[in-house]
Design a protein around this ligand. Structure first.
Ligand SMILES: Nc1ncnc2c1ncn2[C@@H]1O[C@H](COP(=O)(O)OP(=O)(O)OP(=O)(O)O)[C@@H](O)[C@H]1O
Ligand SMILES: [Mg+2]
Length: 457
């Protein structure tokens, strides 16, 4: 029985050698963690005929695209995949079960099951209860190793418990410190990635410093404090370059496309933002109507009142009147489960909207990509200094305690949501974030050169 395995990286070798009861392989995205999971699973199956291994991920499509397709090809000579029972059966009797667990409600399917070794890929997407329940399946009266291997990126609902057990090592009664081991993976540990996807590190570099540190360097302490840390409302000079997001208003050329983004609120703030987009795709927040703080706009404006005001502004303002305005809004305004949908009120006034894409993390990434400065100090979004509520609220937002890559929704996030819907309606490719603050000590872009001749078999 011959199986040719590729060359593992040094960090992957550490992972393959690990024998603790609980092993977390964590850190940067793209560090080669899922790859190491498959390699370890294969090695265990070959070394221990009859062993029962399980690989868990949040959803079946992820399991398939990340693991099943790859394993089917890699194991063609030694195992068959049975799609009904979702398992790889080796000719020596070993088995790898592929299991998805989308919600804690699905945990019952793990009860009464026994495995020798379980891999939880992307463990930070699971709750602590899910981790406990899935780990409890590792038992059985045989001489096979009994272990739980986790892979994890900082962020996600499980950020807290993974950090507690493996980074901070703050144990509760009943948890034995000697059972837990952590291996930090960095994107720079995966030379194969630099070859197959040289833009990967570049995409990560387009993020603001904290997110970049979390994902590129695997730093677990960063999801704390200001969410839009890259936002510059006061200009900063670096040499002859000026970094700012806030500028003096100027006359908008008639040819520029105008967008309107809307976050609904009644009894809480609402936000209407008008954006002008130039021929390079650069956006300018030119006008804003915000339902709080400004003296003339009450919190208690009904939807009708809000849309009347929008219609009036668009009829009268010289930048907007006669223009074909593309609207995007909070998708909840289409909800008609409790009577008339709010969108009906808008449509009665001929104000049209498309439902905004509410994928939050992807949306925040788009906001970050737009805010990133290029080599000349130019972001892809500017804010006219007259849009006070945007400029006031954006820097106040902080990271969520429960969902670390998201922002804390207890904050005044109405403009931010509106900004996010706008960005998702015109997504841009990430650009290299350029800030004088942050030069990475070990620039991953050098990898391409350094590992230019890297080959593996
Ligand atoms: N030792 C290796 N030899 C060849 N290719 C590798 C090796 N390690 C990883 N790769 C490749 O590098 C890419 C990233 O690896 P992988 O998907 O395992 O990373 P990851 O840490 O799981 O990333 P993510 O955090 O995004 O889940 C994949 O294309 C994988 O096949
Ligand atoms: Mg992975």
């Amino acid at each position: 029985m011959d199986l040719i395995l590729p060359q593992p990286s040094e960090r992957q070798k550490d992972f393959l050698r690990e024998r603790h009861r609980f092993v977390a392989f964590g850190g940067a995205r793209g560090g080669g963690k899922s790859f190491a999971v498959r390699m370890k699973a294969k090695l265990l199956c070959l070394a221990y005929p009859g062993i029962r291994v399980c690989i868990v991920r949040k959803t079946y499509p992820e399991l398939k695209s990340n693991h099943i397709d790859a394993l089917a090809a890699e194991l063609a000579s030694v195992a068959v995949y049975r799609s009904t029972s979702r398992e790889f059966a080796f000719i020596n009797g070993s088995r790898i079960f592929m299991r998805a667990c989308r919600t804690d409600g699905e945990l019952t399917k793990f009860q009464g099951t026994e495995y020798d070794v379980v891999f939880i890929d992307e463990a930070t997407q699971f709750s602590e209860e899910a981790f406990r329940t899935i780990s409890a399946t590792v038992r059985g009266v045989n001489s096979f190793p009994k272990r739980v291997y986790l892979t994890c990126n900082p962020g996600g609902v499980g950020h807290g418990w993974v950090k507690r057990l493996f980074i901070d090592r703050r144990f509760k009664p009943g948890e034995r410190p000697g059972d837990y081991s952590f291996i930090k993976s960095l994107v720079t540990d995966n030379p194969a990635l630099a070859l197959s996807d040289p833009d990967y590190a570049e995409r990560l570099r387009a993020l603001p410093p904290k997110l970049r540190r979390a994902w590129l360097e695997g730093d677990w302490d960063v999801f704390d404090g200001q969410f839009f840390e890259e936002f510059r409302d006061v200009p900063e000079h670096y040499g002859d370059r000026l970094f700012t997001h806030v500028i003096e208003p100027f006359e908008i050329p008639r040819e520029w496309q105008i967008y309107r983004s809307y976050d609904f609120g009644y009894g809480k703030p609402f936000d209407v933002s008008w954006w002008a987009v130039d021929f390079d795709g650069r956006a300018y927040l030119i006008l804003q109507l915000y339902g709080a703080s400004s003296p003339n706009v009450g919190l208690k404006w009904t939807p009708d009142r809000q849309f009347e005001e929008i219609a009036k502004i668009e009829r009268e303002h010289r930048w907007l009147k006669g223009k074909n305005i593309y609207g995007v809004a909070d998708p909840s305004i289409w909800d008609s489960s409790r009577g008339d949908a709010i969108i009906d009120s808008a449509e009665r006034r001929f104000i049209s909207f498309e439902p905004g894409d509410n994928a939050r993390i992807a949306g925040w990434m788009q906001c970050h990509y737009r805010l990133a400065f290029d080599g000349e100090g130019r972001p892809m979004v500017y804010f006219f200094n007259t849009c006070r509520e945007a400029i006031r609220t954006l820097p106040l937002l902080v990271y969520s305690k429960t969902s670390p890559e998201d922002l804390d929704t207890d904050g005044e996030d109405h403009f931010a949501d509106s900004f996010r819907y706008f960005c998702m309606s015109r997504p841009i490719a990430p650009r290299r974030a350029e800030s004088a603050h942050e030069r990475l000590p070990d620039d991953p872009l050098d990898l391409r050169v350094r590992y230019g001749k890297y080959v593996y078999s």
